[in-house]
Write a protein that binds this ligand. Structure first.
Ligand SMILES: NC(=O)C1=CN([C@@H]2O[C@H](COP(=O)(O)OP(=O)(O)OC[C@H]3O[C@@H](n4cnc5c(N)ncnc54)[C@H](OP(=O)(O)O)[C@@H]3O)[C@@H](O)[C@H]2O)C=CC1
Ligand SMILES: CC(=O)C(=O)O
Ligand SMILES: [Mg+2]
Length: 594
């Protein structure tokens, strides 16, 4: 998306005779009845469309009406993703105008159901499948993908699909959903996006035994066979699409996630793990939003209890440590405010592990041996742990639906009131997806805390009712508020790496977007309806930090624009304008297609 290659997707026009039908089937060209008459003639599409030309808006409204006739969320998923394969402009026009309605369809929670049923869906959106059988031929397989100007690759191996476990090749729905959000939120042209599902086997018996299963029927590969395929892919991506292609890792198992991120960062790839880094930035953003509510102490005065010590919560604990050090705490002091619980209970030094040692990521947050007695007292009883630790914020990302019981929330509320007085409010973040894996619902958090919880969730919940009958809607704390902006910012300025400072900048920009009205309505994050505006602001902050940190060259127009400008606010504004000019807009003048 650098200025030398405009984001507005120039379609590879096929003008030879008899190719009209092929052009009709190209979602980059086809706009249904809104396809320009001149273009129809030029591309042999006359007769394949009704005579009159309608405005794009009419086609969007028509599509909306048709999709609304679908009965279940999954039907709606299939209908709307079918539209994506048919016309990008209609699909993204529809999405951008109705993001609140369609995000729960193309993304969590419905995309989770779509993945679970992926093998039996007749109509599946497109992405590239690469299996162990393709080892040695990955470059040839990449050639099957029609776009040459790919700038962001979203890659999964299907091992940890949301909180639904190992779904193997059925995990394809996730990278497809993520690229769709990259376009809908950040305006990254679909041409620049490539979703890939690596099929390395699957350890879920139910998936393997499904007669319709589309993937390899074998145990998940580990070790050399796995490493070789990923390595070959990474080299092929670099060679085909260039060294600055952004690699977005998604929904890997925890060990591979940390290993691959470190390995390919070290090898100089521009790469980030969404579940680790973007989740961290959105969680920190929510904590920053929470501390703006009356009754919540400043970040540096809080204690944090993370329930779950995987990619999401370890990433959040790491970024939170940085944020606390920026607020005057030493790294040791910062870590002393953080407690992590995994399936064995509170993590502490010298704990007897069920298998192997504590991972280095967990070990960095292990409580000292002097806290061991608390862990031993609590065992795996969360409410006991809350009572003993006395946290201000309880952050769940363990895919244990319902883990924040009434007793847990009541104990937490009592603990913060004991510490900070009657008006104190605890933060309760139920980040696990999809909805059935959430630690508690918004209404439960509110009811069980006597109306005091500052709540956010990974999947959106409907509004919460107060006793007086009024309603409010807590915010959605999902990495979709971060990853599109990160990608836009990175590819806009050709960032060579995604540093922690860039993720902190993303987080600060996100929390800076939250309005007083949103806080009043109990949302500590910007509303999802503002996804596009948020992505641009996050993108500008990320790009700015990449430039400041020396991790991105500034060239051409942007260099000219920034020359002599020293104020950060003015620089952010210029970068934001620059990124906006690169964005794909379905409502562009149709002639731009040619
Ligand atoms: N809102 C958002 O934007 C995001 C939400 N998520 C969601 O968060 C959840 C977790 O994701 P992720 O961190 O990547 O998953 P991981 O598999 O990396 O980690 C899961 C963690 O949960 C722990 N755990 C499992 N069972 C229990 C239990 N009974 N008690 C306490 N801890 C337990 C595991 O313990 P152990 O280490 O001992 O195995 C592990 O530490 C998923 O539902 C995912 O959808 C993820 C990313 C973004
Ligand atoms: C949102 C997301 O990335 C997840 O739940 O894995
Ligand atoms: Mg994920």
């Amino acid at each position: 998306m650098h200025e030398s290659s405009s984001t507005i997707h120039p379609a590879p026009l096929n003008k030879s005779r008899g190719q009209g039908m092929q052009n009709m089937r190209d979602p980059a060209i086809n706009r249904g009845s809104a396809t320009e008459l001149r273009l129809r003639k030029e591309l042999g599409m006359q007769g394949l469309l009704p005579a009159s030309q309608a405005p794009l808006q009419a086609e969007i409204d028509r599509a909306h009406a048709a999709i609304s006739r679908s009965c279940s969320p999954l039907d709606k998923y299939q209908a709307v993703m079918g539209l994506r394969e048919s016309s990008w402009d209609i699909f993204y026009g529809l999405l951008s105008q109705n993001i609140k309605e369609f995000l729960p369809i193309i993304y969590t929670p419905t995309v989770g159901e779509a993945c679970q049923k992926w093998s039996s869906l007749l109509q599946r959106p497109l992405g590239l499948y690469l299996s162990l059988n393709d080892t040695g031929a990955v470059m040839e397989r990449l050639a099957a993908w029609p776009e040459r100007d790919v700038k962001v690759v979203v890659l999964t191996d299907g091992q940890r699909i949301l909180g639904l476990g190992d779904l193997g090749a059925n995990g394809m729905g996730i990278p497809v959903g993520k690229v769709t959000v990259h376009t809908a939120a950040a305006g990254i042209s679909p041409r620049h996006l490539l979703p890939i599902a690596l099929d390395v086997g699957c350890n879920t018996q139910g998936v393997q035994e499904d007669p319709f299963y589309i993937g390899l029927r074998q145990k998940r590969a580990v070790g050399q066979a796995y490493d070789e395929l990923v390595d070959e892919l990474m080299m092929a991506l670099r060679s085909r699409y260039g060294p600055l292609t952004l690699i977005h890792w998604e929904d890997f198992g925890v060990q591979n996630a940390f290993m691959l991120l470190a390995k390919y960062r070290e090898q100089g790839f521009a790469t980030f793990n969404d579940d680790i880094q973007a989740t961290a930035a959105v969680t920190l953003g929510a904590l920053l939003g929470a501390q703006r509510q009356a009754g919540v102490p400043k970040l540096q005065d809080q204690t944090f209890l993370f329930f779950g010590a995987g990619q999401a919560n370890i990433g959040a604990a790491q970024l939170l440590t940085l944020a606390l050090t920026q607020r005057g705490l030493s790294p040791e002091e910062a870590r002393s405010r953080i407690w992590l619980i995994d399936s064995q209970g509170i993590i502490y030094e010298g704990r007897k592990e069920r298998k192997g040692n504590l991972s280095p990521q967990k070990a960095a947050f292990a409580r000292s041996a002097s806290d061991a007695h608390l862990a031993q007292q609590a065992q795996t009883d969360l409410s006991k742990a809350v009572e003993l630790v006395g946290p201000d914020a309880l952050i769940g990302a363990a895919a244990q639906g319902g883990a924040f019981s009434e007793r847990v929330v009541r104990t937490l509320t009592k603990a913060v009131r004991r510490k900070h007085g009657r008006d104190a409010r605890p933060a309760v973040f139920a980040l696990s997806n999809p909805v059935e894996e959430a630690e508690c619902t918004a209404q439960q958090a509110y009811d069980w805390s006597g109306g005091r919880a500052v709540f956010a969730s990974g999947t959106a919940f409907p509004g919460v009712s107060r006793r007086d009958g009024s309603q409010f809607t807590p915010g959605q704390c999902n990495n979709c508020l971060i990853f599109p902006g990160v990608a836009l910012g990175c590819i806009g300025v050709q960032a060579r790496q995604i540093s922690d400072a860039m993720m902190l900048a993303a987080s600060n920009a996100l929390s800076g977007c939250v309005t007083a009205e949103e806080l009043k309505d109990e949302s500590v994050l910007p509303r999802i309806e503002r996804l596009r505006e948020v992505a641009l602001r996050v993108g500008a902050a990320v790009a700015h930090e990449a430039i400041q940190g020396g991790g991105a060259p500034i060239e051409g127009q942007l260099r000219e624009g920034l020359r002599g400008v020293t104020s950060k606010a003015a620089r952010l504004h210029i970068i934001g304008d620059y990124l906006q000019r690169l964005q794909y807009n379905p409502f562009r003048n149709a002639s731009a297609v040619t």
